[in-house]
Design a binder for this molecule. Sequence first.
Ligand SMILES: [Cu+2]
Length: 290
Amino acid sequence: MKKKWQLAGIMGAALATSQAALADWAYNLQPPASQIAQDVFDLHNLIMLVCLGIFVVVFGAMFWSLIKHRKAAGHQAAHFHENTTIEVIWTVIPFVILMGMAYPAAKVVIDMKDTSNPDITIKVTGYQWKWGYDYLNEGVSFYSNLSTPREQIENTQPKGEHYLLEVDEPMVVPVGKRVRLLITANDVLHAWWVPALGAKQDAIPGFIRDSWFKADKIGTYRGQCVELCGKDHGFMPIVVEVVSEEDYAAWVASRKGGAQVAAAEAVAEAPSAEAAVEQGAAEAAAPAAQ
Ligand SMILES: [Cu+2]
């Protein structure tokens, strides 16, 4: 028991003295970058206010009763059973409060699920442990892998600003366009979540679920897999790069160009199996020669 307290003390002291930990402390949701994320943010604030109101009224009444009607002050307990009026009141008031909370919440949930009229559709596939993106109309496909160096994870190098929240190939989307995501998984359950964009959906093998977002601001938005999916669950972040429409068109063109060049090279480089073997042997010998 004593050891546990010592450990708690050490951890508390470490937290209190760690400047980095203090700088990272943020108690609120991420600043919203889409209308849905803004709606979620507002809903969160509204419901918290309702909870605060209930807390004040309930605890106020409780403490007032405890102090004002205490036995020591000579108060006699009231005797009443099966009081219909009181029972109706304490059923109707919570019902009205719940309905008042359910109405705005249901509106936001329905909006989140309305994936109609997309400008762009991207298939998102969860893998152990990376994400795959297929731009269905543009014909662009790639994997998105964690790019944090192993040295930072093993603590032989100082951690970067976006430690475990950076990838080699981010998802790129244009600003102000409805992006529909078709989300699935190839092995186990994963979940795609970018808080600032208000999109969150489980990725389920064998099923396709959809979600959508429309980013209001150009910028980089980060998220993580939020369904425990194995040993590298914490190592498959999500990065969404929101760019202008022109930059998006240029990105798609460069992607397609790159793919076509790669395909053309593959055809040109493989005239015969022998040549390929020779080339492979030459490449294998090259590092030894250096
Ligand atoms: Cu995962």
